[in-house]
Write a protein that binds this ligand. Structure first.
Ligand code: SF4
Length: 362
């Protein structure tokens, strides 16, 4: 290992330039970052992977993010909205299979009917699991009042990806209007924290126009914001989106994958006790992509437990994996892969972010 990399890895705090240098490492040098990240994971959160059963219950969305296959303006999508009964069946499946936690995710809506429905759903999910299931929600930008309402109803973690913390880049991947406003998104993230959630965010890696400096700033943002959980993965283009017009300036998929692995490893070294998800998008590029991420710092996997029939219609990006596998198949194959990756499974445990627990005690 070059002395330069060794010196950086020995530091307790990384500067922006340190992170850029680490992102620039070649195949041989990056292994040292990965090894260090795995050591940190072992010491601070343990070699354990926790499940979050993911229910993508609706692809109806009011927004038009330029990278997203289910954006409102895409008329070629079969829109679906799973019934509450079906969602609760998935929750039951997760509970009975000792996943201990679920994630409710959908396109963004903020109408009263939707807000009330989610409140009710959260309460029911708690009721049918004797108050035991842990619930993460990923339902976009809402008012502080709504965040509080859903928190009281039973959700205790919230994931709102910022996608990029660079304002200029943000407006290259989103329209610039009231529905897509960078400052509003930051405020929403603060409101989530204020409402008492374990707060999660994340970015896409390998976007057109994105630089290593942008990515370094993203990691420093997570640290400054004192985030509890991160879910980040490679950007994968979707043909029916405006961002696809920039496909020719994209890094090859394998490079986006490698960069994502480095981002996860560097983040684990920087924020030792947070939860980091092994994003499904990694698996879309490499069949064992998520397991590879577990070896470099990630500790959360979100098996898709959405009823199979709806999965092919929830494609934010193309070639999404496991869209035709039943939840049971997913569980068996994942369990084997995680053990091969060297982790134990945190069955029957919420696997909350230790960082959040410490933040609460401050
Ligand atoms: S990324 Fe989310 S908010 Fe944006 S269009 Fe897609 S589903 Fe809607």
């Amino acid at each position: 290992m070059s002395t330069k990399i060794q010196d950086i890895l020995n530091k307790t705090d990384f500067s922006k330039q340190d992170i850029v240098t680490l992102l620039n490492t070649d195949k041989n040098e990056r292994q040292f970052i990965f090894n260090k990240a795995n050591e940190v994971k072992k010491e601070f959160v343990g070699l354990k992977t926790y499940y979050r059963g993911l229910v993508e219950f609706s692809n109806e969305c009011n927004k038009n993010c330029y990278y997203c296959g289910i954006r409102a303006a895409n008329k070629d999508v079969n829109r679906y909205d799973i019934s509450d009964e079906q969602i609760l069946e998935s929750v039951k499946f997760a509970y009975e299979n000792k996943y201990a936690s679920v994630v409710f995710q959908a396109g963004e809506r903020d109408d009263i009917e939707f807000i009330d429905r989610i409140e009710n759903l959260l309460k029911k999910a708690k009721q049918i699991t004797e108050n035991k299931i842990g619930i993460t929600i990923s339902l976009g930008e809402q008012s502080l009042e709504t965040y509080k309402k859903w928190h009281i109803a039973g959700a205790h973690r919230y994931l709102l990806r910022i996608e990029t913390t660079n304002k200029e880049l943000y407006y290259k991947i989103h329209p610039n209007n009231n529905k897509h406003n960078f400052e509003k998104r930051l405020k929403a993230l603060e409101a989530i924290k204020e409402a008492g959630y374990q707060t999660g965010t994340g970015v896409m890696i390998g976007l057109p126009f994105q630089t290593y400096e942008h990515l370094a700033d993203d990691l420093l943002f997570f640290q400054k914001f004192d985030i509890d959980m991160v879910g980040m993965g490679p950007y994968i283009e979707h043909t029916e989106t405006p961002l696809y017009e920039h496909k020719d300036i994209l890094l090859p998929l394998t490079d986006r994958f490698d960069l994502s692995m480095k981002m996860i490893a560097i983040l684990r070294i920087m924020m030792k006790d947070i939860n980091i998800a092994a994003a499904t998008a990694l698996q879309a590029i490499d069949p064992i992509g998520r397991e590879k991420a577990l070896k470099v710092g990630a500790n959360i996997i979100m098996p898709n437990i959405t009823p199979t029939i709806n999965r092919e219609n929830y494609q934010l990006y193309e070639n999404k994996p496991c869209i035709d596998e039943g939840a049971e198949d997913c569980t068996t194959c994942l369990e084997a892969r995680i053990v091969i990756a060297g982790d134990d499974l945190g069955y029957d445990a919420w696997g909350d972010s230790p960082h959040f627990i410490k933040r609460q005690q401050k």
